[in-house]
Design a protein around this ligand. Structure first.
Ligand code: GLY
Length: 390
């Protein structure tokens, strides 16, 4: 009982006041690379049996789970390989990144989801940045065209999902902010301003409707496309409609930080600062900086964490630190999270089928992916490691 009280008291401390130890990025990258070599072996074995499943996603019920290119997480694995190439400049990683990126190519024509930023821009955007390959450029532009077909001018947003039409008419989730990066890039590459305009309109509408006064975000906003009015504010992956689902807050932080980078509109910077305040100043997250899967789960502390929310947040904070007056605070918080992830949320080399991080939560209300490794946690962890060096 006494131990439990001490644990709760410690977890009441705002984690940002606890200083991070210096992280050895080279060592963290080397361990992550070793793990990823294990992952690649498992991927290749799995693909020999099911060639249609191209990317590793998670470990579910102890089983290695692969997904097809149409899964929203399909691009993270090849994108991780690009980050290893960026860090090491080793041609072996270049060849691997090229090889697995090819598998995602068909999705450039996918008009049935908003997730093209994740699926296409993570692998092809990094690939284009690092190689200048014109074939990658063409894929990025086509994907932006496909994504743009999901924009409705009356509502001023891109539709996220086509599924569960009985629950909502025109659902837009906070995660959708992440797809805007693809549109900004497409305008840069083509000179066609229409992609940029859609991105900015989506960001502005989301800013108006998706947030509470304390800068926490709803998960799903449902729009009426005839009037542009909000029909309902609900959740799908969070604890409750009025709760703050941890990964949603991380997507919001990353999304508005990126929008500030792309537009230099200070409204987005203020929004990102507000979201960072919500994430960093809450008294719920334990001192290691890794949030529970939802800030309002009444079962806290007896519930799962979400390492993916933490790695997305760390990466976003490193970037936000380069724009904000609160740079020191953000950098310290990101260092702290990255240090925790590296020292407490990684498995032994060879464990977890080669995924890097443990303890993510994918979709707790659906009883899916609870306290498991997930590919996007690993991708944003590597990105945060790279950004920590800048
Ligand atoms: N975009 C879906 C998720 O964050 O789980």
């Amino acid at each position: 009982m006494k131990m439990k009280l001490i644990t709760i008291a410690l977890s009441m401390l705002s984690f940002s006041v606890v200083k991070a130890q210096q992280l050895n990025v080279a060592k963290a990258f080397a361990s992550a690379a070793e793990q990823t070599n294990v992952l690649i072996k498992n991927v290749d074995s799995a693909r020999r049996i099911r060639p249609d499943l191209v990317s590793p996603r998670t470990v579910e019920n102890g089983q290695f789970k692969m997904v097809g290119s149409g899964d929203w997480t399909s691009g993270f694995f090849p994108a991780e390989l690009w980050y290893f190439y960026q860090y090491t400049k080793d041609k072996r990683w270049l060849q691997l990144a090229k090889k697995y990126t090819e598998d995602i190519k068909p999705e450039q024509f996918n008009k049935g989801t908003h997730d093209l930023g994740f699926m296409i821009y993570c692998p092809f955007g990094n690939g284009y940045r690092l190689t200048g390959d014109p074939a990658y450029r063409a894929v990025i532009i086509q994907a932006a065209k496909s994504l743009s077909t999901r924009f409705n001018a009356t509502a001023g947003v891109i539709k996220s999902w086509d599924h569960n039409g009985d629950k909502w008419k025109y659902p837009v989730i906070i995660d959708n902010m992440m797809n805007l990066e693809l549109l900004f890039e497409a305008t840069r590459l083509t000179g066609d301003p229409s992609f940029y305009k859609i991105a900015v309109t989506h960001a502005n509408t989301t800013l108006k409707n998706h947030f509470r006064p304390n800068f926490s975000s709803y998960h799903v906003i449902d729009y009426d496309t005839l009037t542009g009015k909000v029909l309902q504010k609900v959740t799908a992956q969070g604890y409750a409609n009025e709760s703050a689902w941890a990964r949603g807050q991380a997507w919001a932080l990353y999304g508005y930080t990126m929008c500030y980078r792309e537009t230099k509109n200070r409204v987005y910077l203020t929004q990102a600062d507000g979201i960072a305040d919500f994430i960093l100043n809450n008294k719920i997250t334990p001192v290691d900086g890794i949030p529970y899967w939802d800030y309002n789960d009444p079962k806290i502390p007896e519930t799962s964490r979400d390492a993916s929310a933490a790695s997305i947040t760390a990466s976003a904070l490193y970037e936000l630190a380069t724009y904000s007056v609160h740079a020191k605070k953000y950098k310290a918080a990101a260092d702290k999270i990255l240090n925790s992830l590296t020292t407490k949320y990684t498995g032994k080399i060879g464990s977890n089928y080669g995924f890097i991080l443990t303890h993510s939560t994918g979709h707790r209300p659906a009883k899916s992916e609870i306290d498991v490794p997930i590919n996007y946690a690993d991708y944003y962890y590597l990105e945060a490691l790279l950004r920590s060096k800048k």
